[in-house]
Design a protein around this ligand. Structure first.
Ligand SMILES: CC(C)(COP(=O)(O)OP(=O)(O)OC[C@H]1O[C@@H](n2cnc3c(N)ncnc32)[C@H](O)[C@@H]1OP(=O)(O)O)[C@@H](O)C(=O)NCCC(=O)NCCS
Length: 315
């Protein structure tokens, strides 16, 4: 049966969410969460979405979005398993790639599940090469009856807080006047140390406030800070999805280089678990690069469970 490809419209959100749910492992979105992230994207820049239809059924989706920076685009092409090997993926790729090309991106990114060798071959055939692998890890908070039952703070942090006066605060209840600016600065310093992340210039503080401190997505009390004296030396930031009320994502954790290896990030993650438990969150989720040994060690030690990995490709 012939297919047609056209730009996605407002009335397509439900069908698009269904295709993504059926084809992307770990996809937790809904029509509403897709609509919301289209209305208020994390990174401003070019974006487009196309669908493939057979009759009145949506059988494939292709899109691009800015990846970390507007000059780098993330491409996605996905086709229902029942409609593969009919040339639909290739046709979708041609349309989405030509549209992305018009923006002259510095790089194009794609990701496929490690378990999906067909999709990996498809991406390679279209010029993408493996760049790195990432994993989602999840922490099941329903296993703990209360905040008190969660893992205890590490001895190394308790020792440091006795000796050096380390404290845990949050951005909504901090004693520091310039906590927002310090958080912004440390966020981008730490981002520079995340392995394999595309390098890009930091946005202005004002742009960061608009995107990364938008209270509907990033509540201020979900930015957990490690403070010593007047200095923010570590943070862990939680992200919420309006349409996924039982899930919180640990969007980013960082610690100043001079303070690493002293249990600070571990403590921040435990504080994040307590914050999530108080809010009635059931699952904490976090994505990390396969080469980020320290953060993977922390997650494993705290009882996060690794899910199948994703391969990140670049063209
Ligand atoms: C990841 C990061 C936040 C860790 O901060 P930290 O305060 O040093 O973390 P902790 O002291 O709580 O724990 C570090 C753990 O990593 C382990 N670790 C450190 N380097 C390691 C390595 N090369 N291989 C394996 N484990 C390693 C330590 O042994 C320690 O575990 P332990 O307590 O069981 O000994 C910090 O390195 C950082 O800011 N990195 C840059 C930003 C980043 O990558 N963030 C994560 C992505 S969101």
């Amino acid at each position: 049966m012939n297919h047609t490809i056209r730009p996605a419209e407002e009335s397509d959100y439900e069908s698009i969410a269904e295709v993504l749910r059926k084809t992307l492992p770990g996809f937790l979105g809904t029509a509403e969460s897709l609509r919301e992230s289209d209305r208020r994207p994390l990174v401003a820049g070019p974006k487009a979405r196309f669908i493939a239809e057979q009759g009145s059924n949506v059988v494939g989706v292709a899109q691009y979005r800015p990846n970390v920076h507007e000059c780098q685009l993330s491409l996605l092409v996905t086709v229902l398993p029942s409609h593969r090997r009919q040339g639909i993926g290739h046709a979708l790729f041609e349309v989405v790639n030509a549209s992305a090309q018009a923006h002259q991106p510095q790089a194009r990114w794609a990701e496929v599940s490690e378990a999906d060798s067909d999709s990996f071959r498809f991406a390679e055939k279209h010029g993408f090469r493996e760049h790195t692998r990432v994993f989602e890890s999840r922490f099941d908070l329903t296993r703990f009856a209360s905040e008190d039952a969660l893992p205890a703070l590490p001895e190394s942090f308790r020792e440091s807080s006795r000796q050096d006066g380390f404290e845990i605060q949050d951005l909504a209840h901090t004693s520091l006047e310039d906590a927002h600016r310090q958080f912004y600065k440390l966020y981008f310093e730490s981002l520079g140390d995340v392995p394999n992340l595309p390098k890009s210039p930091a946005p202005s503080f004002e742009a960061f406030q608009k995107s990364h401190l938008d209270p509907t997505r990033y509540p201020a009390d979900g930015v957990i800070l490690a403070v010593v004296g007047e200095e923010v030396i570590g943070f862990s930031q939680m992200m919420l999805h309006k349409s996924l009320p039982t899930l919180a994502i640990i969007a980013m954790t960082g610690c100043k280089p001079g303070y690493r290896g002293r249990g600070i990030a571990t403590t921040l993650k435990i504080a994040a678990m307590r914050w999530a438990k108080r809010r009635g969150i059931q699952t904490l989720s976090t994505w990390n690069d396969a080469l980020n040994a320290p953060i993977l060690a922390i997650n494993e030690k705290l009882g996060f469970l690794k899910r199948p990995g994703m391969i990140i490709l670049r063209r």
